[in-house]
Design a protein around this ligand. Structure first.
Ligand code: GLC
Length: 736
């Protein structure tokens, strides 16, 4: 049965394409930035005058950073009513973790392991963004990364391809919904294709040199999950991969993405990444860059002014075939038809919708819910948490304790500064305790999100003594330390991962006055907090949790929500260990020896401070009766694994039961552990449940160095537990 709807769309695309001039085709492949927010370096031609002139000529297919129904209507009207063919614009924006109502930064949300909550968070972001005229988001960012020095780890789902793939699917589904023609669904964009997260030494925009096994087994799976979830667009990345700038890589964009995977949407370049082929030393000039990028499968040029200046001439000169343009334009037009933009170009410009559906209570309730679920309890010695709800004297200390801007995190162009609920405001809701607040250190603010580096105070100690005095008189001290929201994100790589500024000094001074400290971290990346881990009894990882940050943190500190988060990224002991991750290889000398000739450092342990998958609860969970149902299996069998879980503590809670495998001997070496299943298990205190997992080819295989997925017979281990370091393991064997 032919899908007449799509056949209609394809027919409509072809019929429109047949009417287009070369300039109009190039126009569809050209995206300009709006006149307001800038999310990259503005090229010399980036004037509003040029943009309006080109808009009128039909030389613009898309704009980014134009938002608000009035502004979108203004540019859409020119495209639809003043050009020869009236092809509507697709309007893109970075809706990364919410639009106006902000959910936690994506790395924090990944710590919830709650796919439903993550999908819902993306759905709300789409509802608010689409009400503001936007019909395309440059999200989800699905870059796997093992390097906390890289500022953009805040934007992804951490270090693991299995968790990253599940989250990519949830976010694409949340943005695109089940019907893209509705005006509260928007096209998603899996980015940055590919391997940007492996930027050498964590330095922003640096080279990437990785092997095919890492590319196929770690980097590509979340993109494939997004493509399998029908993501409409892919954004390429700034980096080169093994010597070829990705935006000029036919291997990635055509051979793998469009041919092997059958991706039928379009590829947008990253901001001027086509232009940057020149500075990479891969093209001599814009003409060469345009030729390389278009033939490699980059369909649209974001704010690069390369395609609009060079492509038509390259076709006229016979250097590239017009079919290259036709393929790109077909892909772009198809997405615009699927969005319903040809049927109603102003469907996203509904002022009533804009008034009703942005920032309402149900959205705040939802982002509060996912924020609570994103909090990870790293340590809770002496059960300092949960706090008693009355009769306690609590000192709240720290430069981020009353912060309303930083908890919004990076990448929140659509939101308003200083609108987060602070920890102070959240804790003030609990009125039966005595709460004393002392900042201890002022923040040192930069002047904007995109120019100044903001930092935490590293000179002025004048407020530390008041903090010490407050600590002395308190039963419990809650300290909120970490990074400013703009110390992570794009352009924010760090060479250190310590608490910035004088925070470590403040922490140690307060500790001298009162050892009963609950350390709450607000940060956009794993931090090296070895001293805190050795001395501070309770540590809570609270990331940057968005609009409802302070309420979520207070709910957890007071036990109104029992923390259930698990780390999506390893916390190193020190920056020297980075990159450090759970799915490492055994090496040829894995075992500790009496001599030095084994795989280790002489000045640090090999183990991380907190491993992937780690997270505690106020209750305790007991695992028992771990079973594989059968002994030997063929590589096509489905293997059933079960385990019993009991909530043996005093609180109702939720455990993320994780399942890992190890393929002991492979034609290419396999990691010592690989996440291949997880289940969120809510259990009332005293309650038990049997959890079941299935292992099939899908979980037991891997990509070989030619990028082929294979399953090999041999010996395996399977692990199950509440962290990647679980000791619960069983053996099984696969036969041919
Ligand atoms: C930025 C980012 C990309 C973003 C784009 C548009 O430089 O790399 O993730 O979507 O430009 O803002």
């Amino acid at each position: 049965m032919i899908d007449t709807k799509n056949e209609t769309i394809n027919e409509r695309v072809d019929s429109l394409l047949s009417k287009m001039t070369i300039e109009e085709k190039v126009g569809q492949m050209n995206q300009y930035n709006g006149f307001w927010d800038v999310t990259g370096p503005v090229p010399e031609e980036g004037t509003a005058k040029t943009k309006f002139e080109h808009l009128k000529k039909g030389w613009v297919g898309s704009m980014l950073n134009v938002r608000g129904t009035e502004n979108v209507k203004e540019v859409q009207r020119i495209a639809v009513e003043e050009t020869r063919l009236g092809i509507p614009l697709i309007i893109g924006f970075d809706v990364i973790h919410g639009y106006k109502t902000l959910s936690p930064i994506p790395l924090a949300e990944a710590a919830s392991w709650d796919l439903e909550a993550i999908e819902k968070s993306a759905r709300i972001a789409a509802i608010e963004a689409s009400a503001s005229g936007i019909n395309w988001t440059f999200a989800p960012m699905v870059d796997i990364s093992r390097d906390a020095r890289w500022g953009r780890v805040m934007e992804g789902a951490g270090e693991d391809p299995y968790l990253g793939s599940k989250i990519a699917k949830a976010r694409v589904k949340g943005f695109q919904g089940d019907d893209l023609s509705k005006n509260n669904t928007i096209a998603a964009c899996a980015k940055h294709f590919a391997a940007y997260g492996f930027s050498e030494s964590g330095k922003e925009y640096n080279t990437v040199d990785i092997g095919t096994s890492t590319l196929h087994n770690l980097v590509l799976p979340p993109f494939k999950a997004a493509v399998d979830s029908d993501v409409k667009t892919i954004m390429n990345s700034f980096n080169e991969l093994n010597g070829v700038p990705v935006t000029a890589s036919k291997y990635l964009q055509r051979d793998i993405l469009k041919e092997k995977w059958g991706f039928n949407g379009f590829v947008i370049s990253d901001w001027a990444s086509i232009n940057e082929i020149i500075s990479w030393g891969h093209a001599e000039n814009k003409r060469e860059a345009a030729k390389l990028a278009s033939t490699a499968g980059s369909d649209m040029d974001m704010e690069g002014y390369v395609y609009v200046r060079e492509l038509a001439k390259l076709v006229e000169d016979g250097v590239i075939k017009e079919e290259i343009l036709d393929d790109a334009v077909r892909r772009i037009l198809r997405v615009k038809f699927e969005l319903g933009l040809f049927d109603d170009p102003y469907k996203y410009c509904d002022e009533e919708n804009e008034k009703q559906n942005i920032g309402n209570k149900s959205h705040h309730d939802a982002v509060l819910d996912v924020a609570k679920k994103s909090i990870v309890l790293l340590k809770n010695k002496n059960n300092l948490l949960p706090l008693k709800k009355k009769g306690q004297k609590i000192a709240l200390i720290g430069p981020l304790a009353d912060e309303k801007n930083s908890p919004l995190g990076s990448w929140r162009l659509g939101s308003d500064d200083n609108t987060a609920i602070s920890v102070l405001e959240g804790m003030q809701q609990y009125k039966e305790n005595t709460l004393v607040f002392e900042k201890g250190l002022d923040l040192v603010e930069g002047n904007t999100a995109f120019t100044q580096q903001v930092n935490i105070n590293n000179t002025d100690r004048s407020k530390i003594k008041e903090a010490i005095a407050a600590a002395k008189n308190a039963d419990v001290v809650v300290m909120v330390l970490g990074e400013h929201g703009f110390q992570s994100g794009e352009g924010r790589s760090r060479t250190e991962l310590d608490l910035p500024g004088l925070q470590q000094e403040l922490l140690e001074e307060v500790y001298k006055a009162n050892k009963n400290i609950v350390l709450v971290l607000n940060n956009g990346r794993p931090l090296t907090i070895e001293w805190a881990d050795a001395n501070i009894p309770t540590i809570v990882e609270a990331w940057q949790l968005g609009s409802q940050s302070g309420n979520a943190i207070a709910n957890v500190l007071y036990g109104d929500y029992n923390p259930s988060g698990k780390l999506p990224m390893t916390f190193p002991r020190n920056v020297g260990q980075v990159p450090i991750y759970y799915n490492y290889k055994s090496t040829g000398r894995p075992n500790k020896e009496s001599h030095v000739f084994w795989s280790h450092y002489i000045d640090s342990e090999n183990t991380p401070l907190y491993p992937f998958g780690h997270g505690l609860s106020y209750t305790s969970f007991e695992y028992s009766n771990f079973k594989i149902h059968g002994e030997k299996f063929s590589i096509n069998d489905e293997i059933k694994v079960t385990v019993d879980l009991k909530n043996s503590g005093e609180y109702d809670g939720k455990e993320v039961v994780q399942l890992y495998i190890r393929d002991l001997f492979g034609s290419t070496t396999r990691p010592v552990r690989e996440l291949k299943g997880f289940e969120l298990v809510p259990l009332k205190k005293g309650e038990s449940k049997t959890i079941e997992f299935k292992l099939t080819r899908k979980e037991l295989g891997f990509f070989d160095n030619q990028g082929n997925y294979i399953v090999e017979p041999g010996k395996f281990k399977v692990f199950v537990g509440g962290s990647s370091t679980t000791k619960l393991e069983l053996d099984f064997e696969l036969t041919e």
